[in-house]
Design a protein around this ligand. Structure first.
Ligand code: PD2
Ligand code: ZN
Length: 191
């Protein structure tokens, strides 16, 4: 409800310029909330910091995403491939991601990790896209936490992940991208 009035077509970070650009890679709509926008958001942000053991101020503000009618986010990494966004003045690289599912789509919408180590999921209950690797179903009230960097601070390509097309129903999710250092201090950007 907080995100719906300001949803706009999602963008991605251009790896050459570091700027936000429109892309076929990401067809969802989304919006950033403000930090601690209300008491519930503040409590969620606090719980994320406790659960991940990563400081509150290392997180970007929460991003609300909506996927319908086959919309998806093709496999990507959450860590940056450009120098501008990985700037230490804005917290450096993204170290980890917490993804919260706010609704349960009827079909599709899984989060898939095509390069992760382990057996791909199988069976009729998964969409074709999810069968490309390890996958997690979008189920309201569940959350997913994963690291994008290796312990030496370099990007872990095995963290590559995507949102499979939402084939039936609506998927709403909330993303908390977390950086190595303080993000919103030092004039951190929020979009
Ligand atoms: O909404 C998702 O499932 C999803 C999948 C992959 C979100 C993100 N990435 C993201 O916000 O980075
Ligand atoms: Zn992602």
């Amino acid at each position: 409800k907080l995100g719906t009035p300001s949803l706009v077509k999602s963008s991605v970070v251009d790896s050459k310029t570091g700027k936000s650009v429109d892309s076929e890679v990401r067809t969802s709509s989304g919006t950033f909330l403000a930090y601690a926008q209300d008491e519930i958001v503040a409590r969620i942000e606090d719980r994320i910091a406790h659960m991940t053991m990563l400081p509150l101020e290392h997180g970007e503000s929460l991003q609300i995403l909506k996927y319908v009618n086959g919309q998806e986010y093709k496999p990507h990494t959450d860590y940056f491939h450009d120098k501008i966004n990985a700037d230490p003045a804005h917290g450096g690289q993204r170290i980890a991601t917490v993804l919260m599912y706010l609704s349960t789509p009827e079909e599709g919408g899984e989060t898939v990790f095509p390069h992760a180590v382990g057996e791909p999921v199988t069976g009729d209950e998964w969409s074709e896209c999810a069968k490309a690797g390890l996958a997690v179903k979008a189920v309201k009230r569940n959350a997913l936490f994963f690291y994008g960097l290796k312990p030496d601070g370099t990007g872990d390509s095995k963290s590559t992940h995507g949102s499979c097309p939402t084939l039936k129903g609506e998927k709403y999710s909330a993303t908390k991208w977390i950086h190595v250092g303080a993000f919103h201090k030092n004039g951190g950007i929020t979009a």
